[in-house]
Design a protein around this ligand. Sequence first.
Ligand SMILES: Cc1cc2nc3c(=O)[nH]c(=O)nc-3n(C[C@H](O)[C@H](O)[C@H](O)COP(=O)(O)OP(=O)(O)OC[C@H]3O[C@@H](n4cnc5c(N)ncnc54)[C@H](O)[C@@H]3O)c2cc1C
Length: 475
Amino acid sequence: MSKCYDVVIIGAGPAGINAGATLAEMGLQVVLLDEQQSLGGQIYRNISHASAELLADMGAEYQRGRELVARFEQSGAGHEPGATVWHVEADGHVYYSKEGTSHQLKANYVLVATGAMERPVPFPGWNLPGVMGAGAVNNLAKEAGLVPDCEVALVGSGPLLLLEASLLIKKGVRISTILETTPKLPPLTAVAKLPPALKRMDFLTKGLKMVSEIKRSGAEHYKGVTKIKALGKERVETVEAYSDSEQLHFPAGLLLTHFGVIPNTHIFRLIGCHLEWNQEQRYWFPKADQWGRTNFEKIFAAGDGAGVRGALAAEYRGELAALELARCLGVIPTYERDLLARPIREAILHDHHPRPFVDAVYAPLFSKETLDKDTVLCRCEQVRVQDVRKAVQEGVRDVNEVKIVTRCGMGPCQGRMCGPALAEVMAAELSAPPERMGTLTVRPPLKPIPLEEVATMELEGSAAQPADLFKNQSK
Ligand SMILES: Cc1cc2nc3c(=O)[nH]c(=O)nc-3n(C[C@H](O)[C@H](O)[C@H](O)COP(=O)(O)OP(=O)(O)OC[C@H]3O[C@@H](n4cnc5c(N)ncnc54)[C@H](O)[C@@H]3O)c2cc1C
């Protein structure tokens, strides 16, 4: 028989940890599932085992994670590390794989707090060995204390690009260049959003400090670059780009890319949750009310997976969702929920001041010219930009039709790496907004698992046979 919980939480980042601790402290049966081996999510990855050196490098913000984890551990909430969730049903069944065995859980409510992922942006050579996400290098530093031992170049856009550059500089890594696609001058839309951001001088000062650290390091730093290319025979050797009409060329033993982060919406799409489009940041996020409730009664969303707002907001939104879940489960009355929520909402407002400005400054830019026709778009199935353009020219109008015709998005990553860019390529070709292209359909298993694991699972509920699990519930 599958275990039954009041709440199953997926994702042990600040949102999931805080929600789990809040619910368990109220005496509810909670379990937190995460594919990572320890609590912390992306920002506080491996925080419990971090060395003194890493803690010093990462600064006070990283250390905040220790308090969160300590509170969670004392709360009595359950934690399943190394648990990869590969299916969730709207009725509260959750399926995960751990150490070669798959399990089914039943929950009165499921809180999806699966965070964000780096926005994948294809450019010529992005699939060469030696080109990797800046977030991956950040993960290696937190997880294993590893830093690159060669000359590094960074390309892309967003505060985390600069954060990663400044961390590498602290570790003594040689950076040849930072090539930002962010315009040299902020757009007018950003200027209008500056006054509220000034209320958070601590945040802006942190950004300015990172820029001055980069300057002092001697790394060449360009903004407004276009036409980025990673070049090399067996692996990346150099990076090329344009600043106005000047061609730039830099050595790159390792080329780190980062183009901002977007919500990880796979579980929401699998269930069939309604999505909304963020026009400025060009991403989908689940439609949810102020407590994180989606259009499915039992499915809640919190943290960056529900819309990217950063680690502190994730923590607060996890707590808000927990308060509403506690009310739904009859542990607290409505007035108490509202009373407890008031200071959290004030903290959210304070934290939010700089966000509209930052989002406007780092609004992603796409145009037909930014994508070279020979660029590999879908790395799993080796589909190129020109294959997608051809399908569009032949009359295909929906990302799922392109998937059928070209196999773009049909590989094991289920479109994580190509889905957002696929919509952009189609939209640019048709001079239409990308949200009109739709989203790739997601089916279980969310992550590849051996069939044997599914076949040997003990099941109950709506799926009487393992094969029933693979029906598409979002249609
Ligand atoms: C690679 C990366 C590195 C980042 N580093 C920083 C940083 O150094 N500083 C900073 O300020 N911000 C950083 N961010 C942004 C930061 O992630 C968020 O603001 C914050 O961590 C969001 O918290 P969260 O609780 O919403 O989700 P997260 O912290 O992202 O946690 C989500 C968790 O869900 C788990 N998960 C996802 N899918 C599944 C699944 N199917 N099964 C099981 N578990 C699953 C993940 O393993 C992860 O632990 C980073 C983002 C990324 C993508």
